[in-house]
Design a protein around this ligand. Structure first.
Ligand code: NZQ
Ligand code: ZN
Length: 390
């Protein structure tokens, strides 16, 4: 393991079909006023809202509702939530939803009592909360699997006017205090959304895997998670009520992006940068934006990190390397990745997500170029990859 690091993850997890019963115990640690935030209403049709509200009532909490958090939460919604949290002087933000609702809750937690404009301070300028700022604690009940937001400090906000979608990774003081992970809550997620989440998990694993040259324990953990994800995803697309598969996918998602796998690694993250820029312009589903650019991107950088693509092919996709050149083995691995993507049914063409010749320059402009992977792209290369992705 290279580098010097501290490892600390403060999020407490409750996992399993009975996990909601621990909510009461957690609520006891907070004051009376709970900001209950959720998305467009799926929790009302699948019964999760009712279950959560009945626990809040049992605990004699005062509920302040903040609904309508959109998928890919916007800066306007962030301002609305921050004002509501401040005016009501809330004690806890309880986020019930997927990555969008949880990311949003973290954004609200650091914006409620912030004197400056939170978009500029935290997202555009990547600043941290000032010392002494009151940060409202966040608790989560996860209903859609993929982002890992339930156990990390990430918060991604979209500013459509500025055509930017920016993620800020906050420190442990902003990470959820607790998260309830009930695989049954994910059964009502539409199939397309489920597979977008599955690809998001795979992408988080690959982004962190395809970097560095050393023999690193983290890469072996990532390979194990990828194998588990591939196996469970194939079962879940056949039967999305397969509890074993859905629960494995939920656990994979959390560990794929809960700060563990970045230890001792630089990480690539260029696929996410292109995907987020695409999202800012098209508002497309996060996991699908990643799926549409991954193959063109990895084919583009394959020769720069050839040894790792060979390892990926053998360790993750069980490619038999006998009698083959490294390039052949690496290509076979990417072909297997493509085959799997087709089988689970993710989007392979960004044109289906709204990318056109007319908006491609805006996407290139909104793509941050990072240097943690095997090759640092130029803007021209991003454009080429986007064209190939269409
Ligand atoms: O709005 P509701 O009604 O909740 O419906 C949602 C939404 O339409 C629906 N859904 C969620 N749970 C459901 C359900 N429908 C039926 N039954 C359920 N149980 O699913 C749709 C998508 O939800 P969303 O939260 O947007 O999906 P996801 O979890 O993929 O989150 C995407 C956001 O997370 C950011 C993305 O950029 C995007 O903005 N990310 C956050 C990261 C982080 N915090 O570390 C990292 C990721 O790479 C990602 O960038
Ligand atoms: Zn992602």
């Amino acid at each position: 393991m290279l580098g010097n690091f501290k490892y600390h993850n403060p999020t407490k997890l409750y996992f399993g079909e009975d996990s909601l019963k621990y909510l009461k115990r957690e609520l006891d640690s907070y004051g009376k006023k709970i900001l209950l935030t959720y998305g467009g209403g799926s929790i009302k049709t699948n019964g999760i809202y009712e279950s959560v509200v009945s626990v809040l009532k049992e605990c004699n909490k005062e509920i302040i509702e903040l609904s309508g958090v959109p998928a890919n939460p916007t800066v306007e919604k962030l301002y609305e939530g921050a004002a509501l949290a401040r005016e009501n002087n809330v004690d806890l933000i309880l986020a019930v939803g997927g990555g969008s609702v949880i990311d949003y809750a973290k954004g609200v937690s650091v914006s409620a009592f912030c004197e400056e404009d939170p978009w500029t301070k935290y997202y555009l300028n990547q600043g941290n909360p000032d010392k002494g700022l009151r940060i409202v604690p966040v608790g989560c009940i996860l209903t859609m699997v993929g982002t890992g937001s339930e156990m990390n400090g990430g918060s991604v906000i979209t500013n459509h006017e500025q055509k930017l979608k920016i993620g800020k990774v906050f420190g442990s003081e902003v990470m959820p205090k607790f998260t309830i992970l009930n695989p049954l809550y994910t059964f009502s997620v539409p199939q397309r959304q489920m597979v977008a989440g599955i690809f998001d998990i795979m992408s988080h694993l690959m982004e962190q895997y395809f970097s560095n040259e050393d023999d690193n324990t983290t890469d072996y953990i990532a390979e194990g998670l990828m194998r588990s994800l591939i196996s469970s995803s194939l079962k879940a697309v056949e039967d999305n009520h397969n509890y074993e598969a859905r629960s494995n996918i939920m656990w994979c998602a959390t560990w794929a992006l809960n700060t563990l796998l970045k230890m001792g690694k630089s990480g690539d993250w260029e696929v996410h940068m292109i995907g987020q820029a695409m999202g800012a312009v098209t508002d497309a589903t996060h996991g699908m934006t990643l799926a549409s650019v991954s193959l063109p991107y990895y084919k583009h950088i394959m020769n720069d990190g050839l040894h790792k693509f060979v390892r990926f092919a053998k360790a993750v996709w069980e490619v038999n390397g006998a009698g083959k050149s490294d390039v052949e083995i690496a290509n076979e691995g990417l072909n297997k990745l493509e085959e799997w993507m087709k089988t689970i049914g993710v989007c392979l063409h960004s044109s289906e997500l709204g990318v056109t010749e007319e908006n491609i320059d805006d996407i290139v402009k909104g793509t941050f170029l990072l240097n943690g992977g095997y090759r640092t792209l130029t803007a021209e290369e991003v454009k080429q990859i986007l064209r190939e992705s269409m």
